[in-house]
Design a protein. Structure first.
Length: 206
């Protein structure tokens, strides 16, 4: 394993203690985030969003280790955003990381977020249909969505017809552990997408 910044481990330990990051070895969480970054391959000068960042994984890890990329960490919880604000200061990454507080389905319609991202990463935001619908409102043309997947995942989790309705194209599943699904925004989604969170949960597209 490559060396890990001690400041990052301190931040993640605090995140875990406050219940914002799941249980398990901190180094395992870091390695998962690094695998996410390796799959996403953000490029210098790009802007990426960590959808439902929670305790800051993978967003904080990616931002710390990829200084040439701008990141927005999006979450609906004020307490998590407050924690992340302190974490950004502790890691000295305020020059390339900003926070977005609110419902992703609503924020995706605001001008500062609408189709404003080269990529979206998501580790534990919600079911596939919710991740896809909220992400498509954030992605610019050609933008990539990279989602952390369970070990037994398959292509059926991301049906092509439903994704096409959103303007997304399924690219691949990785054969790595942890595994990731990669999608690309290939066409313009309807102006109504994403719908409200209530509609997404009540009537998912797939």
């Amino acid at each position: 394993m490559a060396q890990v910044d001690k400041r990052l481990l301190t931040v993640l330990a605090r995140s875990q203690h406050q219940g914002f990051l799941g249980p398990g070895d901190l180094l395992t969480h870091v390695e998962h985030a690094r695998a996410h970054a390796q799959t996403a391959q953000p490029e210098l000068g790009q802007r990426w969003c960590d959808l439902g960042t929670g305790g800051g994984v993978p967003g904080l890890v990616m931002a710390l280790e990829q200084p040439g990329v701008q990141f927005v960490l999006l979450d609906r919880s004020q307490s998590r955003i407050d924690f992340l604000n302190t974490a950004i200061s502790d890691l000295d990454i305020g020059d390339r990381v900003t926070l977005a507080l609110g419902d992703a389905a609503e924020l995706a319609h605001r001008p500062e977020h609408r189709h404003a991202y080269d990529g979206v990463v998501s580790r534990a935001f919600g079911p596939p249909a919710a991740v896809a619908e909220c992400s498509v409102g954030l992605l610019c043309p050609g933008g990539r969505l990279v989602v952390s997947e369970p070990p037994d995942s398959n292509d059926q989790r991301w049906p092509a017809e439903a994704l096409a309705q959103l303007g997304l194209h399924f690219v691949r599943h990785t054969s790595t552990t942890p595994a990731f699904a990669v999608m690309e925004r290939q066409s313009q989604p309807g102006a109504a997408y994403p719908r409200t969170w209530k509609q997404i949960r009540k009537r998912p597209l797939f």
